[in-house]
Design a protein around this ligand. Sequence first.
Ligand code: DON
Length: 374
Amino acid sequence: MHGIRVVALGIALAACGQQQPKAPQQEARPASAPSSSAPAPTSSQAGAPQQQAAPAPPAAGDTCASVQDAYARFKGVTEGKNADYIPALAKVDSSLYGIALVTADGRVCEVGDVQHVFSIQSIAKVFTAATVMQALGADAIEKKIGVNATGQPFNSIIAIETNEKHRAGNPFVNPGAIASVSLVPGGDAPTKWNSILGTMSKAAGRKLAVDAEIYKSESETNTRNRAIALLLKNYKVLEGDPMQTLDLYTRECSVAVTARDLAMMGATLANGGVNPLTHERVVDAAVATKTLALMQTNGLYESSGEWAFAVGVPAKSGVGGGILAVAPGRYAIGTFAPPLDAAGNSVRGQKAIELSVSCVGGNVFDTASASAAK
Ligand code: DON
C-alpha cells in the first residue's frame, strides 16, 4: 500500500465532549446489500440468522455525544487516498464518512453515512478466523497459520519467504487469511462459503451478500494474491486447489456491509460471541477472546503496535475504508471513510475511533477505567 502515512494519531488527549451533546440520531435500518453474483450459495443456504433483530434502543447521551463529536472533528480531514489496486475501490466517493457504535447490550449510536454499503475487505478475515477456531479450536490457527505480527504489509511476499516457521504469518495478513479459508471445514466450496458468510451474517444480525462489482473487479486484478496462493501451495500450507481457495477469499472480501453492520459484528465479539440483538450465539466466548487478541496484535498490520499504544482496543481495518474496533465487554465501533494511510487503514476512521475511545473509555490497558467499570 502506498499513500499518506499517519505517523502518530496523537489526539487521545483532546478534550472530550466540547461539542454540545445532541439527541441520538433516529434509528435507521441498514441499507440492503447488493445481491450476490456468486454461484454459491443461494440466500437460503447462506447461514442467515434464524432470529430477526429487534429494533435497537439508542445508547446513552454521553456516548452518542462523543461519537458525534468525533464525527464532527474529523469530517474535514482529507488526508489519505482510496485504495486503487482494486479498481472498483478507487471509484468510491472519498468524502463518505460514517461512525456507528453498538454497545454489548445492543444499544446503537450512529452518525454520518452509516447506511452506505461498502466492501468489508480484510475485516472479513476476523470472522473467518473465528469460524476456523470455532470448528477446529484456537490451536489450529496458532499451529497451522501463526499468530505473531509480521511487521510487514498485508500482502507481503517477503514475509512468506522469511518466516520459515509460519509461512502464512497470521490470519489477518493476506497469506494467513487465504490459509484460514482453506482450513474452513467443508468438502466443497459452497459448503465452506456457507460457513464463512453464515458467521458474518449471524454476527451482523442480517443476511449479508457479495457486492458483485467489487468481486468482479478484485477477481480480475488480484495477480498478487494469486502469487501468494501459489507460493503457499508451494510451501504446502494450502490443501486442495489454491485458486478455488483464493476465489472464496476474494468473495469474503467483497461482502457488502454498512458501518452499522460492522459495529453490530463487533458488538457480537464484545458480548462474548452472542449477537446482542438477535441473542444468537455466533461463536463461543473463548473463540471471541482469541479473535480479539488477534485483532489487538495484528489488526492494523505494521501499525498494530502504534494503534495499541495510542488507542488500546482490538481493531481490524479493510481497504474498503472500514474499521471495526471492539472494547471488550462494552461496545464496538464501526467506521467507514475510504481514504487510507500507507498501511491500508482508513485515516478518518482511526482518528474517530481514537477520540471516541478516549472519551467513552474502553482502552483495555487503562487500569483506572477498568476498575471504575467493576
Ligand atoms: O486481498 C486484498 O488485498 C484485499 N481484498 C483485502 C486487503 C485489505 O483489506 C487490507 N486491509 N487493510
